[in-house]
Design a protein. Sequence first.
Length: 743
Amino acid sequence: MDGIPAHRGTTTPAPIRQGRDALALEPHAQHHAHVVPKTTGDYISALRRRIWMVLSVAVPIAVGGSILVLKMPAVYMAKAEVEIRPPEIDPHLSTLVGRDVGRETGSGSQFVANHQVWLKSAWLAQAVVTDPAISPLVSHVANPAFDLFKSLAVLQIGKSTTFQVTLEGTDPVLTKTLLEQLLAEFRKRTRDEISDKLAAVKSYAQQDLVKLRDSQKQLEDEIVGTLQKTKLISATGRSLAEERYVMSSNMIAQKQSRLGEVAYQLQLAKLFPKFDMDGGGSPRLEKLAQLEAQARRYRYLLEDARHNVRQFNSDRSVRRLAELLDETLDEIETLRNVKTEMASTPTDLIVEEFKREVEAERDEHEKLLGEMQEAVPDLQKVQMLFADRAERAKQVARMQERITEFEILEQSLLAGDPVRIPREGVAEPTAPVKPNRPLFIALVLFLSLGTGVGLVCLLEHVDRTVRVPEHVTHGLGLPLLGVVPRMRRTALTQRGGHLWARALPNSLEADAYRNIRAGLLGVGDRRDPIVTLLVTSAQIGEGKSTTSLNLAAACASAGERTLLIDVDLRRPSLAEALIDDEPLEDVHGLVDVLRGDLPWNSTVRPTDLANLDFMPAGDPRDVPIEILGTLELKELLLELAGCYDRVILDGPAVLGLADCRVLGRLVDAAVVVVRSGSHELMTLHRAKSMLEMSRVSIAGVVFNGLTDAMDDWASYGYEPMGGLALGSAVESREAEPAGAAQG
């Protein structure tokens, strides 16, 4: 041990600078601080790391989907153009009877829309597949009306009445036949519909004509019955009582005129007895004749006003006529009262006879007036019946004329074709339209690859474990001493359950442990030198034992006198890697020294590497764990620190155990080993908090088992285990994390 610097005294852990502050954080702040943010680079790294998962998901889906696409049957499409021409019917003919039949037949837009629906109707499809010529061809289909016509499409061409009808099927000949039969059935049903509607219109019109004629006959019978009931109305509808009344009025007027003439002559004879009655007239007689004629005219006007004026007694014109009549009668009376001398003649007897006849005629006139008034209701009824009969006769004639015109139009409509199909008809399809296999296969490949990538990204999104060194340094606030790549277990690197990087001194793994030593030197320059160093981890399986072994080898190779101590009494493992000349049960070590059975010199064993000594744990059975916190261990470490340049302790894990926290107080510093993908950041925070609460000085973090982006941590590129230097190595099994078996 010549040349070893003397121990610098009892080591004192560095003051805790972040532990209390970290514990003082709010719970929600701690939670957010412990969540590892995901970046695009993380997802890309996950895809590189799990490319096998992407392929294991994408390949079966792609193969299965491609097989399904290749097994899809070829689908052919038959096409045809159909023009639907609505019948052109005169509106007044199509609505002969005012029913919906006529209106539907005459509505062009509604006719086209209805028959467009017909082409896609289930009943038309059923009629096609049940046709005797078609049913044997589709007998193998369970529901031919649905299965064969579910792909039927009817597309209107622009705003015209022409439609493109397409039908798809796996058999091109059968598809063409079905479409032809569909169009033929559609044409037949359309013609039958028009014929039936025209016949219905004509039938309804003829029924209405029969009803009109029956109504006309009923009017005739009612007229005859009314005429038979009363004898005062003629067969032409005129009132017989009124005619007799008019004749009586004329007779009275004639007799009164004759009576006036006779009376006039009599008056002349009385006024001029010297003259003969038949002589020339005198001015008085002429005046009297004029006045009597004027009085008769006034009476006639009053009689006419009595029948035509509603308010006869209060009408001013009537009252004026009455006044004029009274004045005229007064003048006549004055002229007649003139005294004349005249001898009695036979004329007096004639005058008296005329007066009696006039009175009799007036009595008969009054009687006829009563009969005429009694016959007025029957007369009005008969006149209304005659008017109804005339109107009904016009309706019958008009209906007969329309029916005649409709028969001519019906013949022209039935001669036309409401459904027009081009002469070329339906062409047999030659090339399938479905499926587009290249496109479908491309979609299947895209979806399968997307499924694999999405699954990996989803797993990466929910994965909160630490996988890159930056997550540790940023999350814990500790310096990164070094990054150790994932090492392969080979015959050269296998050493007692641990991976031995010194077997390949030029490998990237060996350089990684040299970097850890360089990091320790840098930490030691900023404070007291680190002689006693505890290597620990949050939980077992992080690779701390392998890190302790290879770090001790790196220090020894650098010329430092190094002692490696196995202080993990719960799972000691370094003895298998460094002792192979005697049974492990007989090996003495740290336990024997702490119990006072042996001095520490007798338990230290040299290794095959210069400057590297090893103190095994010994037999930890029946030894309490509390022995690690005894004063003997503290004194032992002080003594060893004075004899060696570097004393490295392979300690137990932190979480759940008090061993590491006790040991940490006895050493200069501790190194925390973190394996990639082992824990979430929360777990590492807990381990750090426990060490800081025990006032353990943490020198830094060693990131172990990195698999992604190792090129970013190497100057000459990364090839596992030194590339060509492994040419003679024989790999015994698949890659494992460094120290995963024992660490």
